[in-house]
Design a binder for this molecule. Structure first.
Ligand SMILES: Cc1cc2nc3c(=O)[nH]c(=O)nc-3n(C[C@H](O)[C@H](O)[C@H](O)COP(=O)(O)OP(=O)(O)OC[C@H]3O[C@@H](n4cnc5c(N)ncnc54)[C@H](O)[C@@H]3O)c2cc1C
Length: 369
């Protein structure tokens, strides 16, 4: 065997898998179809020279907060996280905004009439998070703190639309909708509360940082670490069949179910093949990048200082928009997730200029049209 394992796809998961195996002293090869590594965490000058845009991922609560990534010394390979003072802001049509800050207490206090509701929803989980984050974010296994995990599950498995009833102010309700909306599910589906809880808790403990120089610098740091361990990367290599791969004991695919079927379908059992073919894809995204003459002129101060701004107004409007997308429709007012990287990382745009990045969810498959 030439390799112990070949990993196909150099997205964050492919790189993480390759590093894990290489750390065990195995010989691995990482193959990537594109000329650059990183998958969804690549950056490029997509608009004008000097404006660096993130192609997909921009803000990394879990890049900073994942127990796996935390144990890697990515700083030694050039990764620097920049922390916006406001993690996420949620403006409303009346000019006010709800906001998520790094500090749990400050966030709760800023929600005014909903301070105690925020504390009762997340206070205990905030204290437990360092003990349970590995179990929550890792593969399913027996939890190391079963009682704490049970407490987390009792909240996280619920519907965001039930949890929101605890809040009275539009600011807290909107903030919760925007963050739970990262689940890419209608907010009345069970488990949608998990996305809200995890992203808020990770934010309070580790922030919602952006990588200096663009998300590509996370990919570059992961690749640097992997290569320092002896791993081999080959780009511009689009794998079409396992037959064209060098001999290896195992092949790991960092791909979607449909891609896996087209590459290696003939090697799987009929049951597994059926499962892969039945996989239901979630919503797609429609994204725009802007090269700007100045910052986005938000009137609300929290929005001017936020790395991420959720545009969708009230809980009900966001829930309506997400439900419509799930049902295959394009809503009149989609829920938009906007990031303003250049406010906090001046390497992203020429002096005095700015970038913005935003996407909304679209019906599954619509992004390919
Ligand atoms: C618009 C948008 C915004 C996002 N924003 C964020 C965000 O702010 N924060 C966040 O945490 N997440 C964000 N995400 C999600 C994040 O990008 C993904 O979760 C992440 O990229 C998934 O990583 P992955 O390694 O599983 O797959 P991918 O990143 O998709 O990597 C798969 C890799 O496999 C390669 N490949 C495919 N087929 C082959 C083949 N046949 N042979 C060889 N190589 C192949 C691809 O080129 C790619 O490099 C965003 C996603 C989108 C689309």
């Amino acid at each position: 065997m030439q390799y112990d394992a070949i990993i196909v796809g150099a997205g964050p998961n492919g790189l993480a898998g390759a590093i894990t195996l290489q750390q065990q002293g195995l010989r691995t090869l990482l193959l990537e179809a594109k000329p650059t590594i990183g998958g969804g965490m690549r950056s490029a000058e997509l608009t004008l020279p000097g404006f660096v845009h993130d192609i997909c991922s921009a803000v990394h609560p879990l890049g900073a907060g994942s127990p796996f990534f935390r144990q890697l010394d990515l700083q030694a390979f050039g990764l620097e996280f920049v922390h916006p003072p406001v993690l996420a802001a949620h403006p409303l049509d009346d000019g006010s905004a709800g906001a998520l800050y790094r500090s749990f207490d400050y966030t709760a206090a800023a929600l005014g009439a909903d301070e105690s509701a925020y504390r009762s929803l997340l206070g205990g989980l905030y204290r437990d998070w360092p003990q349970i984050d590995k179990d929550v974010l890792g593969p399913l296994s027996l939890p190391s703190h079963p009682l704490m995990m049970a407490k987390f599950g009792l909240t996280a498995l619920r519907r965001a639309s039930d949890i929101v009833k605890r809040f009275n102010t539009q600011q807290a309700r909107g903030l919760w909708a925007g963050i739970a909306g990262h689940s890419m599910l209608p907010l009345d589906h069970y488990t949608t509360a998990a996305a809200g809880c995890v992203l808020m808790l990770a934010g309070h403990h580790h922030g919602w940082p952006i990588p200096k120089g663009g998300s590509q610098s996370m990919a570059t740091a992961l690749a640097g670490l992997y290569q320092s361990l002896g791993g081999v990367i080959q780009t511009d290599t689009y794998v079409k069949s396992p037959d064209e791969l060098p001999a290896a004991k195992a092949v790991l695919f960092d791909l979607s179910p449909q891609q896996l079927v087209s590459i290696a379908g003939q090697q799987f059992s009929s049951i597994y093949l059926k499962q892969l073919k039945r996989f239901r894809y979630g919503m797609g995204v429609f994204k725009i990048d802007w090269a700007l003459d100045g910052p986005v002129p938000f009137t609300n101060e929290a929005c001017r200082n936020a790395g991420t701004v959720h545009l969708g107004n009230t809980f009900e409007e966001i829930a309506h928009a997400e439900k419509a997308v799930w049902n295959g429709q394009h809503p009149e007012k989609p829920f938009v997730l906007l990031a303003q990287q250049s406010l906090f990382d001046h390497s992203r745009a020429p002096e005095g200029k700015h970038t913005a990045w935003a996407y909304c969810h679209v019906p599954s498959g619509a992004e390919k049209i």
